[in-house]
Design a protein around this ligand. Structure first.
Ligand code: DX5
Ligand code: ZN
Length: 224
C-alpha cells in the first residue's frame, strides 16, 4: 500500500504540533521534513533542533529530506534529533557511497534524491546502499509548484531496475502531487508519496489526508 507523507513545509510553523496531530487523525503515519540551507536551494527552513522538538510530540515516522550542501556534516545531528530516515541529493554529494553508508551506520534508513533532470541510470551501482529513492517531481526549494510529468517515466524505469536487482527499495515522489494526479502517481509505482500544499492549504487537512489515502488505496484495485 502506498503511504501519503504530509510535507510540513506547507504547514503553519507557529503550530507544528497541532498541524501534525491533524494529519495523523487523517491517518498519516509518516511525515516529510524539508531541510534547506540557502545554498543547495535558495530557501532556508529547519534544522535538528526543530526535529528534536517534534520528536517529543509524535511517534510518527520522520523522513528528513536534506536539500543542503555537505549533507554528511549533518547526518549525526539529525540522527541524534530522532529522525528515522534521511535522504540526500545525489547532486549535493561528492561521495555518495560514503554518505549512504554513514546514514545506515547511524541506524537510519538511507535515501538518495534525484532532481527532475537527473537520470535514474546514475544510481545503477549504488542502489544496494539505499533503502529508498526519492524522485523530485518539481525542482527542489519550494512548495506549491506544478508536477513535472516526465518524472513518471523515471518512476517506471526505477521500478524495473528494482525488479531486475530484486531489491526491497521504496520509491518516493515529492512535489506537485494532489488529488487529481495521485492515482496516476500510485499506478506508476510510487510507494511513498509526499504532498504539502495539497494537504495543508486545503480547508480540512485531516479530511484531505483521509481522502488521499483512500484514492491511493483504490488506485491499484483492478476492477472486473
Ligand atoms: C520541495 C519540497 C517538497 C514540498 C512539496 O522542495 O521538497 O517536499 O513540500 O510541496 P508540494 O506538495 O506543495 O509540491
Ligand atoms: Zn521534500
Amino acid at each position: 500500500m502506498a503511504e501519503i507523507l504530509p510535507s510540513l513545509l506547507s504547514a503553519d510553523f507557529a503550530h507544528l504540533g497541532e498541524e501534525i496531530a491533524r494529519v495523523e487523525r487523517g491517518g498519516a503515519r509518516m511525515l516529510h521534513l524539508d531541510v534547506m540551507d540557502g545554498h543547495f536551494v535558495d530557501n532556508l527552513t529547519i534544522g535538528p533542533p526543530v526535529v528534536e522538538s517534534l520528536r517529543k510530540v509524535t511517534r510518527s515516522y520522520f523522513d528528513c529530506h536534506l536539500m543542503i550542501e555537505n549533507p554528511e556534516r549533518y547526518v549525526p545531528a539529525f540522527a541524534q534529533a530522532g529522525t528515522n530516515a534521511i535522504s540526500v541529493h545525489l547532486e549535493a554529494c561528492r561521495h555518495l557511497d560514503h554518505v549512504l553508508r554513514l546514514i545506515r551506520s547511524e541506524g537510519l534508513k538511507a535515501g538518495v534524491v534525484l532532481n527532475p533532470a537527473t537520470p535514474v541510470s546514475l544510481l545503477e551501482n549504488v542502489l544496494e546502499l539505499a533503502d529508498y529513492v526519492l524522485l523530485m517531481s518539481v525542482n527542489p526549494g519550494a512548495g506549491g509548484q506544478d508536477f513535472i510529468p516526465y518524472v513518471l517515466d523515471k518512476v517506471r524505469e526505477l521500478g524495473e531496475m528494482r525488479h531486475e536487482k530484486k531489491l526491497a527499495l521504496a520509491i518516493e515522489i515529492d512535489g506537485g502531487v494532489h488529488r487529481d494526479n495521485l492515482a496516476e502517481v500510485v499506478r506508476a509505482g510510487c510507494d511513498w508519496i509526499v504532498t504539502g500544499s495539497a494537504i495543508f492549504h486545503s480547508a480540512d487537512p485531516e479530511a484531505t489526508v483521509r481522502e488521499m489515502r483512500e484514492i491511493a488505496d483504490s488506485a491499484l484495485v483492478v476492477r472486473v
